[in-house]
Design a protein around this ligand. Structure first.
Ligand code: 5GP
Ligand code: MN
Length: 347
């Protein structure tokens, strides 16, 4: 990871010191890293005596909301359930952090205009490419780190009150950072750097219970999730080009009674097949499919996401959307669209 500059760290420290009301936001459809990094930052700010809250485009899914369980429910404001409260919170903030997303354009239709319009100091902490620099007074952005949670860890550790002593981080922050990193690396499988292990080791030494986190992340699903996984794998298609795809329709999700977050990780499964170099997972939503892409080194999931699915992300892990009507007329046309994508993506 590139070094944090002392100038940026003291600027950050000053901005926090001068702030009274701080809001931390993250990307639409927040994942474990978004939950972990927002919760860790809010817990730290609260310990510094700030009125700090999380404002989200939509709520944390049930399977990862535990990452933020140390934060009072009144301090977590999802805009999709109460747009007024979320916007009011932004309006009274004098400092705004955007974490785990490259800018306000990924915070959804309700929050984006409010965040852009608010006259507050703004700080970006993110690990995606293409930071929207112009919207921020201070930018911490590097893809050379496992997760936003890890980047936040290095930043917090560099602040004078923490002084590189993980024991001084609030325990909520330590747990949340470990959780966010664990989900974004798929439990140390992807995007792991020497600094990632170093951080994990120091957090465990400082008291993080990794077994408890693993149990809540990977040993707490409902039976229906596994049943759906079985059905999804039966319907998975693998093409001679080495691309696997899964199309999950709403009727199927309803039949299995699954919730937001229950399909987390499904997109990774086809990559366990030797000949598969990219996996495309489509999940039907209102008027569009949410698209997740994962690839092995040498194939760019990001390029496919940006060329065909109005999206982007990391080289090996990206996402986007497929609209109907728009890109396709009806949801049943999704498969022929995918086959067109595969034909153009080639071998
Ligand atoms: P997921 O498949 O887990 O939803 O997303 C994988 C990665 O792609 C995440 O790091 C996420 O930030 C990125 N991503 C997902 N959807 C979009 C999108 O619509 N636009 C961009 N630029 N990135 C996305
Ligand atoms: Mn992330």
């Amino acid at each position: 990871m590139k070094e944090l500059t002392p100038g940026d760290i003291s600027k950050l420290d000053r901005m926090i010191e001068q702030a009274v009301t701080v809001t931390v936001t993250a990307h639409i459809h927040p994942d474990g890293d978004a939950a972990g990094s927002t919760a860790a930052l809010v817990a730290y700010l609260a310990a510094r005596g700030k009125d700090a809250a999380i404002v989200l485009p939509d709520a944390f899914p049930d399977n990862i909301s535990f990452a933020a369980e140390g934060i009072a429910p009144a301090k977590i404001l999802p805009a999709d359930t109460d747009a007024k409260a979320a916007k009011e919170r932004i309006t009274k903030s004098d400092l705004i952090f955007c974490v785990d997303c490259n800018g306000f354009s990924r915070t959804g239709d309700i929050l984006e205009p409010a965040l852009k319009a608010q006259k507050a100091r703004k700080i970006l902490i993110d690990h995606h490419i293409g930071p929207e620099q112009e919207d921020f007074d201070l930018v911490f952005s590097t893809p050379e780190v496992s997760s936003a949670s890890e980047l936040l860890y290095h930043i917090l550790m560099s602040l004078p009150d923490i002084g590189h002593d993980a024991q001084r981080l609030p325990s909520i922050s330590r747990d949340a950072i470990m959780t966010g990193m664990t989900t974004d690396t798929n439990n140390f499988a992807n995007s792991v750097f020497p600094t990632t292990f170093e951080m994990a080791s120091r957090l465990i030494a400082a008291g993080v219970d990794r077994d408890a986190i693993i149990s809540r992340l990977y040993q707490s699903a409902g039976e229906n999730r596994l049943r759906l996984m079985g059905s999804v794998l039966r319907c998975m298609k693998v093409t001679p080009e080495g691309i696997a795809y899964i199309i999950l329709r709403r009727a199927t999700m309803k039949r299995y009674g699954i919730h937001e977050g229950d399909t987390e990780g499904f997109v990774n499964m086809p990559l366990s097949i030797k000949n598969v170099r990219m996996s495309i997972f489509l999940k039907e939503d209102k008027g569009h499919f949410r698209v997740s892409l994962r690839s092995k080194k040498g194939t760019s999931a990001r390029l496919t996401a940006s060329t065909w699915f109005h999206g982007g992300g990391h080289e090996q892990a990206s996402g986007g959307r497929l609209f109907f009507p728009g890109d396709i007329s009806t949801p049943s046309d999704a498969e022929s669209y995918i086959l067109k994508v595969i034909a153009h993506t080639g071998k």
